[in-house]
Design a protein around this ligand. Structure first.
Ligand code: ADP
Ligand code: MG
Length: 712
């Protein structure tokens, strides 16, 4: 059961973990895949952008190449002086060309000193207009630099920024100046801006391999005109001038980005395209959040479901366990009941036999004069009396001993016997009694309770051979429905708990389970009878109480006695039998007893005590005697009789002879007169086996006492 439950719970726990772990794992995997694809997508976009902007640049530079060709065609082999001479005509031609080509701001020709000869934008050119300090001029002085693209400058004659593209001018193989085409960076950056409109975090640029920026969107801050040598672009170009895509730390915006660059194949120019990686991450995350919106509630739902199933399973098993415990306790109770029936039956018959033996031994003793025979009879009598004690204990276990429950103050009772307990415990065991304040009275047979406590003390002493401590503690207790459901045969209500605790050897589980069974003992032969706890058990059951063992090997044992509360406040602990003469004065006694031996024995004693005896073996013959008007002073009747029982007989006789005195004899109590083993108030009872002295006293006491109350 426990193993099955543990297995089920374990499985559910695994499912519970899986219900979270699996979606998390799946989600992680999906995220990883989608991150990868986001990165790939970024690179694809970078590539696509580079295609577009290099296409645009190529077109513009093609038209610039075209204008160089036109410039050569227009000026032909004209010398500087001839150009100056025809400046106006040439200026107009150049202006026409300039207007055709939209990307071009101006065209100009300079001589070998950098002095302007003609320009498309101004006529006449100022005499002092010199470009000798510009890079697009200087590049051609020493050698033919081919097509040279200069840095962005603010021209001296116009307000907007430009960059010059130049070619060497030669005359007779000698350096003669340069042809210059001025392009407008804004044309590029405007185009880039449009392209980047739907791509947040994107920057596009046109730059020279040495870092000079010709155009960029977004515009570089302040006066920045070139990428620093450590910039992503420059490092990438240095590493591989053929172009590619790299991840770098951007030197302008200061963020990490993915940068694509590609050579244009024109004057060491590159187009580049950057995108911040955080932008990629953000795009990726916003994609993920869509998954999360559905995934998280589904996972929570699944988890809660499994949690619920687990709770249910736990409850189910707890319930099953409770039921099993209750069944176990019922089985145990039934077993005790069966053993009790058996023991009770045997003990009852035995008791009658012992009555005969003890009685007759007593009679025989009176007639004996020889000392040896008398000793033998004494020994036999002692043996028989010990046997009687034993049957008494068996009857106690089978709940058939006559009890006389009264209101008892448990604390006072314990104080009353603590001397006796201390003596029984010996010197090595210390006794401590803790009487709870305001402890209720209990309804119990006081002397039986005393012998129970003595019994427990003796067990405790045996469990503490090296000495120790015995604690007897009282407190009020309420046994609730829940508790009673798990313990067979107890009704919920108010009880007083008397807990007897030792710090001895303790008991194993098996010992606890068997401890109440009669003749169960772990003690060596001769030391234990195995009847102590069974007697306690029977007594507690018969008293409407409950006994429970708590024990821990090596720690000690607590025996908890629960006794039902008595509702009256005043309590009596014990009262002694009244002393006095116990012989008869010739009164007549009607003895009704079905067991011939017992009847004859009782009659014999009573005759010896000076009583007249009428005998009857059952109720019917007793009533016949009554019909015959036989007078008598006292009815001594057995309780269990064939046919009409003693109780019914008594009621019958009461009717005919009101006020007649009656004493019941009983070896056990399971019958009409002693309801559930408890004496009816006012009923006179004598316990078998009959002891001469006790019988004599009881009869005297009843005869001398007041007229009895009518039987109920
Ligand atoms: P007996 O004392 O004659 O053996 P009991 O019915 O009184 O018979 O007790 C039965 C068994 O229960 C004992 O043999 C012992 O093993 C165990 N037992 C009873 N009381 C205690 C205790 N206080 N500590 C340890 N074991 C105990
Ligand atoms: Mg014992």
């Amino acid at each position: 059961m426990r193993a099955r439950r543990d297995a089920a719970i374990k499985l559910l726990k695994i499912v519970m973990v899986a219900s979270v772990a699996l979606p998390v794992a799946l989600f992680s995997y999906a995220s990883w895949v989608s991150y990868k694809s986001a990165v790939v997508h970024t690179d694809e976009q970078l590539g696509a952008n580079l295609d577009i902007i290099s296409e645009q640049a190529n077109k513009i530079f093609q038209s610039i190449d075209l204008s160089f060709a036109s410039l050569r065609a227009i000026v032909g082999d004209l010398s500087d002086d001839e150009i100056r001479a025809q400046e106006q005509t040439l200026h107009l031609k150049l202006r026409q060309l300039d207007q055709v080509l939209g990307a071009i701001d101006a065209l100009a020709i300079v001589d070998k000193n950098g002095d302007a000869l003609v320009s498309s934008s101004i006529y006449p050119v100022p005499r002092d207009l010199n470009v000798a300090d510009r890079d697009y001029f200087k590049a051609h002085v020493q050698q033919d630099a081919g097509t040279y693209v200069g840095e962005v400058v603010t021209p001296r004659v116009r307000p907007n920024t430009l960059f010059g593209v130049s070619r060497r001018r030669a005359q007779n193989g000698e350096f003669a100046g340069a042809f210059i085409v001025f392009a407008v960076p804004k044309i590029f950056s405007d185009f880039y801006e449009k392209l980047a409109l739907n791509q947040p975090g994107t920057s596009l640029a046109l730059a020279r391999g040495d870092g000079a920026i010709l155009a960029r969107y977004p515009a570089p801050p302040g006066d920045m005109t070139r990428f620093s040598p450590t910039s992503g672009f420059r490092t990438a170009v240095n590493a591989d001038p053929r172009g590619g895509i790299v991840t770098s730390n951007n030197s302008i915006e200061g963020v990490q980005r993915r940068v694509g660059y590609r050579p244009l194949g024109y004057g060491n120019l590159y187009v580049s395209d950057g995108r911040s990686t955080s932008q990629t991450t953000m795009d990726w995350l916003s994609g993920l959040s869509v998954h999360l919106i559905f995934g998280v509630p589904a996972t929570i739902f699944l988890f809660t479901l499994v949690l619920l199933v687990m709770r249910r399973t736990q409850e189910f098993y707890a319930e099953a366990e409770r039921r099993e415990l209750a069944e176990q306790s019922l089985r145990q109770a039934q077993k005790m009941e069966a053993v009790g029936q058996l023991t009770g039956g045997v003990a009852h018959d035995f008791n009658n036999l012992l009555t005969i033996i003890i009685g007759n031994l007593g009679i025989a003793k009176r007639g004996v004069v020889e000392a040896r025979s008398e000793r033998a009879l004494d020994n036999a009598l002692t043996g028989a009396q010990r046997a009687a004690q034993l049957t008494q204990r068996l009857l106690a276990f089978s709940r058939r001993q006559p009890l006389n429950p009264r209101a008892v103050d448990p604390n006072r009772l314990i104080v009353g016997i603590s001397d006796l307990l201390t003596r029984s415990l010996g010197e090595t065991v210390q006794l401590e009694t803790i009487g709870g304040a305001g402890t209720w009275n209990v309804e119990v047979d006081a002397s039986e309770l005393e012998s129970t406590l003595l019994n427990l003390a003796v067990n405790a002493r045996d469990a503490m051979p090296e000495g120790g401590k015995l604690t007897i503690e009282t407190s009020n207790a309420y046994l609730d429905e829940q508790y009673c459901r798990h313990h067979e045969g107890i009704t919920p209500g108010q009880y007083v708990l008397i807990a007897v605790t030792d710090n001895g050897t303790g008991m194993s589980r098996e010992t606890v389970e068997k401890a109440f069974e009669p003749f169960f003992t772990t003690k060596e032969a001769g030391k234990g009878t195995g009847l102590g706890l069974s007697q306690v058990y029977g007594f507690m059951k018969q008293s409407g109480g409950h006994v429970k063992i708590y024990s821990e090997i090596g720690e000690g044992t607590t025996i908890s006695l629960y006794l039902p509360r008595h509702d009256s406040a005043e309590a009596v602990v014990a009262d002694d039998e009244p002393a006095g003469s116990s012989r008869g004065n010739g009164e007549t006694i009607l003895v009704v007893e079905d067991d011939d031996g017992v009847r004859q024995y009782a009659s014999e004693i009573l005759r010896d005590l000076n009583y007249q005896i009428i005998e009857a073996r059952d109720a019917a013959s007793a009533l016949k005697l009554l019909d015959a008007e036989k007078p008598f002073d006292l009815l001594l009747t057995d309780v269990v009789l064939p046919g009409m029982n003693g109780r019914q007989l008594a009621t019958e006789i009461e009717k005919r002879r009101p006020g007649v005195k009656i004493i019941f004899m009983t070896g056990y109590s399971r019958n009409a007169i002693v309801h559930h083993g408890r004496l009816d108030r006012g009923t006179e009872l004598i316990t078998k086996p009959l002891i001469e002295g006790v019988l004599a006293r009881k009869i005297r006491q009843v005869l001398d006492g007041p007229a009895p109350k009518p039987l109920e």
